[in-house]
Ligand binder design. Structure first.
Ligand code: UDP
Length: 372
């Protein structure tokens, strides 16, 4: 890259960084240098085929889903998707059943007569096909529905959330548990979005294609510190915003995840791609990767997911922790960011927001629109 003033720097080769780099390179025809600390592209969406031919999501299951035509159309330039629609099962009282809790779950876990009585009351009190966050669902007057709400709270949310976030459900932002509402429906899917699926050749390939442009150069194993003082045209920073400002107001907390991988000499380990264990064990869930692209192998690979605090230098950042005091701290950094004239923050870590992949893409598309 000749003159650095003509070059845009993108820090982080994850999905957010790849989208913005791609847009700058293709639509503006400008040069982009993408750097990443990791030794691979695609950030936490990174996947690879292992020696058994199974596509492994190194940083946990990534299931694409969106209602946004714009996001879907943009991504379809780089990949076709299969028609995988995610379902989650979990063990409640040792019974393998559907999560989110829905009418099918109700009939799986309770005797028929009790389930019918509860179903009737639910239909009297809620509209069919509505989604009710657990913290709302607990506000019941009817004794039977109170019993049901307590059951769902205790069996699905309390222990899982304590394992995942280190605190009780009422101590994390309501939006977090609202991602998995009580669903007054027989729809067992985890998401109801119009578009859902897994990229046929995996996420890494999608990101590779986004970055495959004569205007884009990618440097892996590269720290932003080495570029901090250089005068780029613009900087798009998808790392954690507190790190950019040398933690001057303190560290933004994150949850991290530790995946314990196991390979089994059998075709399948469990009945479903994702099995939750809300009440048992120290892990939250088990992922079995071959389901996502229907990979054929005599072996199968699973990952047990253990949640832990993020510690600098020890593990990776996965989840911003949405709660008031963290938002206040983030806002201080955001105030600093507003003073920048050529530095833009985006992505889960740059925005400190619990984005799904489609929201990360949408955010990058919108940021680019704003630039134009
Ligand atoms: N959750 C829960 N029990 C479950 C599944 C989810 O309590 O069986 C809660 C938990 O607090 C979790 C949140 O709902 O962090 C969001 O779950 P989701 O599956 O959307 O999390 P992600 O896949 O992003 O880790």
């Amino acid at each position: 890259m000749s003159n650095i003033n003509d070059v845009n720097l993108v820090v982080g080769a994850g999905i957010s960084g790849a989208v913005i780099a791609n847009l700058i390179a293709t639509e503006l025809g400008e040069k982009v240098l993408v750097i990443d600390k990791k030794n691979h592209i695609a950030g936490n969406c990174y996947d690879y085929r292992d020696e058994n031919g199974i596509m492994i999501h190194k940083y946990g299951s990534h299931i694409f889903h969106t209602n946004s035509e714009k996001v879907w159309k943009y991504l379809k330039q780089f990949t076709d998707f299969n028609t995988y629609m995610h379902k989650v099962v979990g063990y409640l009282d040792g019974i393998e059943t559907h999560i989110p809790f829905n009418f099918n779950t109700l009939y799986d876990v309770f005797p028929q007569t009790l389930a019918s009585k509860l179903e009737e009351k639910l239909l009297k009190n809620f509209k069919i096909n509505t989604k009710v966050p657990i913290l709302e669902f607990q506000k019941q007057d009817d004794e039977d529905l109170k019993f049901l709400a307590n059951y769902v709270y205790e069996k699905i949310f309390l222990h899982y959330t304590t394992k995942q976030w280190g605190v009780k459900p009422e101590e994390v932002d309501g939006a977090v548990t609202a991602r998995v509402p009580v669903y007054l429906s027989k729809d067992n899917r985890y998401f109801q979005d119009k578009y859902q699926g897994i990229p046929l050749k995996g996420y890494t390939e999608v990101v590779r294609k986004m970055l495959d442009n004569k205007n884009i150069k990618v440097k892996l194993n590269t720290d932003f510190k080495d570029f901090k003082d250089k005068d780029f045209k613009r900087i798009f920073y998808t790392g954690s915003i507190d790190e950019f400002y040398d933690y001057k107001y303190g560290q933004l907390p994150y949850r991290s995840v530790n995946f314990k991988f196991e390979t089994y000499d059998k075709e399948y380990y469990q009945s479903n791609a994702c099995v939750n264990y809300p009440c048992n064990y120290d892990f939250t869930r088990i992922h079995e990767y071959k389901y996502y692209l229907d990979d054929k192998s005599d072996k199968t690979v699973i990952a047990k997911e253990y949640s832990e605090f993020f510690e600098l230098g020890k593990n990776e950042r996965y989840y911003p922790i949405p709660k008031d005091e963290n938002t206040e701290l983030y806002n201080k950094y955001q105030e600093e960011a507003k003073k920048e004239n050529k530095v833009y923050f985006l992505g889960r870590l740059g925005d400190y927001k619990y984005y799904n992949m489609d929201k990360a893409v949408e955010r990058a598309l919108e940021l680019f629109e704003g630039l134009k």
